[in-house]
Design a protein around this ligand. Structure first.
Ligand code: TRP
Length: 330
């Protein structure tokens, strides 16, 4: 069976953007692939090192988010990054094969540095794509389902792997070169219509939001600002709610746009339709979430068992890597 490795930083709850960007693909592919889900608590430190409690509390949040959308603990291996020392070891070896300049030019590093207001980057933050290569390769993942913002990191990982294999493989691939898998759903904008949905932007619908929270958030979503009364014709092209209909309510999307353009549906009704649709998607997740919230011990065991397996797999990889690099004594 081929392998998948993907996951999330433990810096807060996951939202609908994560769901359409990556989680949905994980759920779909878990039967076909041996799936590893990383709870990236070390990578979380690269930006949140001053908030260790937040990172720690988010471990359960992110684990339960993943389980609630339908990842099956009997099929997947969910593990905590900090428990797998192979990742840290591989990171050190790989760090020799990456230039500082190539990291500086990584578009996602640039965007995030701006977003967090960094002018002088920490070594750990600048180097997190190298550590992420450790995440991906400790289990020799074939496929990495991620949001499009992660593509530069996959490209970086592929480069490191190729370089490693060329240098140390003596014609053989020691490490598997991974491939990215990007969701074909358009990237979800925030409820404010301005930017991408994000934890920090305060414009997100969380997988853990209640029905009432979803209703209230959608009610306040930004629509076509020029449409003041019900009789005005609307322009769905500049309406956040219409973008959401496109993603979550595709079968009615064309029809709703048509009605909006002809002033046959008002924003209130249109938002209600969307809220209903999104709640109907979230309802089954809510049932699973309730179960796991009430069985935290089970979640703990899932993570600890997963980490054990990840360690076995990772130690094998490190042994192979060290042998290839002649890091041993006879
Ligand atoms: N950087 C990813 C994100 O911000 C999270 C992540 C950490 C990841 N390690 C990974 C994703 C390995 C895919 C593979 O979403």
């Amino acid at each position: 069976m081929k392998r998948i490795l993907t996951g999330d930083r433990t810096t807060g709850k996951l939202h609908l953007g994560h769901y359409v960007g990556s989680l949905q693909n994980r759920v779909r592919l878990q039967d076909e692939y041996d799936t590893f889900i990383i709870l990236a608590d070390i990578q979380a430190l690269t930006t949140h090192f001053e908030q260790p409690e937040l990172i720690n509390n988010s471990i359960y949040d992110v684990a339960i988010d993943n389980l609630s959308v339908g990842l099956d603990p009997n099929k997947i291996t969910m593990f905590l990054q900090s428990k797998v020392s192979a990742i840290a070891e591989l990171t050190v070896f790989y760090s020799m094969l990456v230039s500082v300049n190539s990291l500086r030019h990584n578009p996602t590093i640039k965007t995030e540095a701006k977003q967090y207001g960094y002018d002088d980057l920490s070594y750990g933050f600048l180097g997190y794509p190298v550590s992420q290569t450790g995440d991906i390769t400790f289990c020799n993942a074939d496929l990495v389902p991620v949001g499009e913002d992660q593509l530069p990191h996959i490209e970086q990982a592929r480069k490191i792997v190729r370089r490693f294999n060329n240098l140390y493989g003596r014609g053989q691939a020691i490490i598997t070169e991974p491939e990215g898998l990007i969701s074909n759903t358009p990237r979800l904008i925030g409820l404010d219509g301005n930017s991408k949905m994000g934890k920090s932007a305060g414009n997100a619908i969380y997988l853990s939001d209640t029905t009432q929270e979803v209703n209230a958030k959608i009610k306040s979503a930004v629509t076509d600002k020029n449409r003041i009364s019900l009789r005005d014709k609307g322009n769905p092209d500049i309406c956040t709610v219409s973008k959401y209909h496109e993603v979550f309510n595709y079968s009615e999307y064309q029809n709703i746009c048509e009605m909006c353009r002809n002033a046959k549906i008002g924003c209130v009704a249109c938002k209600k339709l969307l809220a209903k649709k999104i709640n109907s998607i979230l309802d089954p997740f809510r049932d699973k979430r309730t179960y796991y919230e009430e069985h935290k011990d089970e979640v703990r065991d899932i993570i600890l068992d997963g980490s054990k397996r990840a360690n076995i797999v990772g130690n094998e990889t490190v042994e192979k890597v060290k042998r290839a690099m002649s890091i041993h004594i006879e």
